[in-house]
Design a protein around this ligand. Structure first.
Ligand SMILES: C[S@@+](CC[C@H](N)C(=O)[O-])C[C@H]1O[C@@H](n2cnc3c(N)ncnc32)[C@H](O)[C@@H]1O
Length: 610
């Protein structure tokens, strides 16, 4: 172990590898101030610092904030993480992620980061990647469409910003990555997220239009080369043209999903004007007065950036400057004509260069929609006609070509619980068991498939959308069926516990003080220690009534003798760390993973108590 990882002699070697064309290209483009060129090239060859964002919407945030402040105050000045004025609740350490554990000054912080990341109390996210969501001007209650969302760092920000009265539809064309999205956002226990798996060009919401749309489109990613060395070594001048076409195709198909007066942000982690200003210019050219580019420069006064450019060079594969389109270079890749440039104001867009505040590279443009826009007509599928066995004309439609590396789409439909044959009866039995109040919004309960194994809860706005679209997942899981039906057919899932807290009756709610909750985090507690008459065994909601966690709700399990917390391992480890509670030597009931799919384990525990 060495005390200052920034001084390690070996650490920059792999970053020295470079595509000679990458440097030549960016020197030629004029997007970097010539006086800063050397600094830019130098910083691009150093690893990316580490940053993370606190989940402010978490119920545990006040404690997390208290603990991180204490940890940071104990780190020597020269190592201390710093914040950015424009980026709330975010910290950056001037050291690459892999080096943190090797630096003794970061021991406590490292442990904090691991545990809090697993439980969703923090998100590891690159600072510049937080920009689009911040610039999108999202409000509580907004409906937001995130068209290229996986793996979901920006989606998580948006979910926090709109809160449970809003809705975020997070979409990605890649199925595997959509599941990553589910994993990432599950940690937020948000009833207002719906995850879909469509090509953005094929999304349809039956006329529903969103307040905001984030378009963080696929790109060459050459602004990320500080963490993704491949993006540098495999860099090729022609890659940007392929992405440029896809970016425009996506954008032209999705503008119709934003309502008039709504805003959308276009962003890439590429520094290349072909993927950035050229796309913005073509959108302005195509949609005229229906969209307007907002001047983003004054929006975040403490952000360091370079304004967008109206001139750039278009190279062919031999690195010759081109004056006109050819088969490989679309006309839309060229800079706007002077009269267009005067109208477009591409200087309103922001390019963040890595040396400006020791970050990755990024580009972003903010728009407002002023009038309706039409999506391009669907492409005609090729048809093959031939004469069939009986002399009839057969038309064979060729399936759309799938993008390489993309899994076939297999979505599922979310259906209102009440629309299923047993739905009403099932809800009544859950309502009775958990003594839910009459105001419980039962029409916001949804199921996947006919078996009603898991019941989801969706925010009101999400339900407006969830009809008629196929989803990967939606809302939070609130109830899950026990196989045993020993004690209530459905148990509470911790994701849904926050919402449920509002509606659950006294019979199934146990109120505990801070001290008792701390005790429950360390051990099962005898039922006789509670001044409560328990209405049978099974799942209960445990509500903390004082202290820093006041009002927070958790899942508990009442057996014959003990009350045990049903908190998943990641959350339990995080809570124990925050409150400095050492894990008991004996494995406790509550450490069985929250999923409790395995009812055998539960029964075994119950039998043990009996
Ligand atoms: C730059 S990444 C998005 C990063 C994401 N916004 C985040 O903050 O974590 C681009 C994403 O677009 C997806 N993608 C590529 N082509 C797409 C298309 N035609 N429609 C929708 N998503 C697409 C890719 O699978 C990839 O996950």
């Amino acid at each position: 172990m060495y005390s200052n990882p920034m001084q390690h002699p070996q650490r920059f070697n792999k970053y020295e590898q470079s595509s000679p064309y990458y440097e030549k290209y960016y020197k030629a483009q004029g997007i970097i101030n010539p006086e800063e060129e050397e600094q830019f090239m130098k910083v691009m060859k150093t690893p990316l610092p580490t940053s993370f964002r606190l989940t402010k919407s978490s119920e545990t945030f006040p404690k997390v904030n208290e603990v991180i402040n204490k940890i940071i105050s104990e780190i020597p000045d020269e190592y201390r993480p710093h914040t950015f004025g424009w980026c709330p609740n975010t910290y950056q350490l001037e050291v690459e992620r892999k080096q943190i554990r090797k630096c003794e000054q970061y021991n406590a912080l490292h442990k904090f980061m691991i545990l809090m990341n697993e439980s969703g109390e923090i998100s590891r996210q690159e600072v510049v990647s937080m920009l689009p969501a911040i610039l999108l001007d999202v409000h509580e209650g907004s409906s937001v469409l995130d068209i290229c969302a996986a793996p979901g760092s920006k989606t998580s920000q948006l979910v926090e910003m709109v809160g449970p009265t809003g809705c975020v539809v997070a979409n990605d064309a890649d199925k595997q990555r959509s599941y990553l999205l589910t994993h990432q956002t599950k940690r937020l226990s948000a009833p207002h997220i719906v995850i879909t798996n469509y090509r953005a060009q094929e999304l349809s919401f039956n006329g529903f239009q969103f307040d905001r749309m984030l378009c963080d489109v696929p790109c060459t990613g050459d602004g990320t080369i500080r963490k993704n060395v491949d993006a540098r070594t495999k860099w090729h001048v022609m890659n940007a043209y392929t992405l440029h076409r896809e970016q425009l195709d996506i954008m032209k198909h999705v503008l119709c999903h934003v309502k008039v007066g709504g805003k959308f942000v276009y962003s890439t982690c590429s520094l290349n004007p072909i993927e950035d200003e050229a796309v913005v210019a073509e959108l302005l050219r195509t949609y005229g007065d229906s969209i307007e580019l907002i001047d983003a420069r004054p929006l975040l006064p403490t952000l360091k950036f370079s304004e967008g450019v109206s001139e750039w060079k278009v190279f062919d594969k031999h690195f010759t400057v081109m004056k006109d389109k050819n088969d490989n270079i679309p006309i839309t890749a060229f800079p706007p004509k002077p009269e267009e440039a005067a109208k477009f104001h591409l200087e309103y867009t922001l390019r963040i260069l890595p040396h400006q505040q020791n970050t990755g590279g990024f580009f972003t443009a903010v728009f407002i929609k002023k009038g309706e826009t039409l999506a391009p007509p669907p492409k005609q599928k090729k048809e093959k006609k031939y004469i069939g066995e009986n002399g009839e004309e057969v038309i064979e439609k060729h399936p759309t070509k799938r993008r390489r590396g993309m899994a076939p789409l297999d979505e599922q439909e979310l259906k209102p619980l009440l629309s299923t044959p047993e739905g009403e009866k099932l809800f009544e039995s859950i309502k009775k068991f958990y003594t839910l109040s009459d105001s419980f919004p039962k029409d916001q309960l949804y199921v996947v498939g006919e078996d009603c194994l898991t019941i989801h809860y969706l925010s009101k706005t999400s339900t407006l959308l969830a009809h008629d679209i196929k989803v990967i997942s939606g809302g939070v899981k609130m109830f899950k069926r026990h196989k045993s039906e020993l004690v209530g057919a459905y148990r509470i899932v911790s994701e849904g516990v926050v919402t449920l807290g509002e509606y659950i009756g006294q019979d199934r709610c146990i109120e505990v003080g801070h001290e008792m909750f701390m005790k429950l985090l360390g051990e099962d507690v005898l039922l006789s220690e509670f001044k409560k008459e328990f209405k049978g065994n099974g799942c209960y909601l445990v509500k903390v009534v004082d202290g820093i966690l006041k009002g927070n709700c958790y899942c508990g399990w009442v057996g014959r003798v003990y009350l045990s917390m049903l908190i998943n391992k990641q959350d339990l480890d995080a809570l124990r760390f925050l409150f400095n509670i050492s894990a008991p030597e004996k494995k406790l009931h509550r450490e069985i993973d929250d999923c409790l799919d395995d009812d055998q384990k539960l029964k075994k525990e119950e039998n043990k108590e009996n």
